[in-house]
Design a protein around this ligand. Sequence first.
Ligand SMILES: [Fe+2]
Ligand SMILES: [Fe+2]
Length: 139
Amino acid sequence: MLWNDAYSTGHPKIDRQHKQLFETVEELLVSDATCEDKDIITNTLLFLMGYAMNHFYTEEDIMRKCEFSQYAEHKEKHDKFIDAVAGLVKEYNTTDLASLDTPLREFVIAWLRDHVTGDDKVMAEEYLEWKKINNGDSN
Ligand SMILES: [Fe+2]
Ligand SMILES: [Fe+2]
């Protein structure tokens, strides 16, 4: 999946991090991880683990700052994402990599479609409204 400006939340730091995720997912999608090159699955899982910690920290900080009305639901989705990645890592250690390829692709595509370009936009919209009123900084 390629980044499109329509996916922008309007928050520069969140968008930078989202673009990074799109790039990583695109590398996975264009690869043929079921054949010889298994590194792509390893790299994607490693990236997702680090990314989730860092990116969710950024978003949850912003949500707390503006007292986002859907904080609990949004955070729950982040927590579920972390659990799902942990589940994939566990499978990675116990099954052959080829069988992980399709679930991983489906998982990241669904996340981009439902959360990044859906829930995150709702959150950023409320934050930007809050910022307008409170003149907070955009980091
Ligand atoms: Fe996000
Ligand atoms: Fe989020």
